[in-house]
Design a protein around this ligand. Structure first.
Ligand code: VGL
Ligand code: ZN
Length: 198
């Protein structure tokens, strides 16, 4: 039973002063670095969007950030432009220990679809390949930390549970965007999916 720590989107744009800052996002860097020392494997995800990404409000004339639109794959929140490929905002927080990472998985690189989860794009069916990677390595126990609790962390944890992994989220090592109660909704959905909240 090997254990993987999956660190979601610990990037500058999600930390204070970033384009889509999550309150207290930088406070979880040190706890995450400490958790890395106990894991058999460490995987980092990196939100990685092209300029023309359909999740950016300013690519939809007249739309405002944090509003919702209907996409062919379902509802999509429109975000401020963030984590654009090659920009400083897309880089990992400078304090994050990158030396323990076995794999950096980029997601959200297709212009027409967002990808909150580390396992599937937002259509819930296009795989990122992460499940196959973990299974081949025998990494069956997954712990999720990082940003943001109520979007990329919870979507990843729920997909992992559905895929049959044993899943926990260490909430102290996450922070939420909390859009219209999304933090509590995410907690409920994770519990329903069988995710352990530590
Ligand atoms: C995220 C919104 C847009 C996240 C990524 O990492 O939770 N949220 N892109
Ligand atoms: Zn994004």
């Amino acid at each position: 039973m090997a254990k993987a720590l999956i660190v979601i989107d610990m990037q500058n744009d999600f930390c204070p002063e970033g384009a889509l800052a999550v309150a207290g996002g930088d406070q979880i860097v040190a706890p995450i670095n400490a958790l890395m020392q106990q894991a058999d494997a460490v995987i980092l995800t990196q939100d990685w969007h092209p300029e023309n990404h359909s999740s950016f409000a300013d690519n939809h004339p007249g739309a405002s950030a944090f509003s919702t639109i209907d996409m062919p794959y379902g509802q999509q929140v429109l975000w401020p432009r963030h984590c654009v490929i090659g920009t400083a905002g897309a880089e990992f927080h400078p304090g994050l220990d990158l030396s323990r990472a076995d794999l950096v998985l980029r997601k959200g690189f297709r212009p027409d679809i967002d990808s909150y989860s580390a396992f599937f794009e937002n259509d819930h069916s296009t795989p990122t390949g992460l499940a196959g990677y973990l299974r081949e390595r025998g990494l069956t126990e997954l712990t999720f930390v990082g940003l943001a609790h109520d979007f990329c962390v919870s979507w990843s944890a729920i997909d992992a549970a559905k895929l049959g992994f044993s899943v926990s989220v260490i909430e102290e090592a996450t922070r939420a965007i909390d859009l219209d109660g999304s933090r509590d909704a995410a907690r409920r959905s994770m519990k329903e999916a069988g995710v352990t909240l530590d």
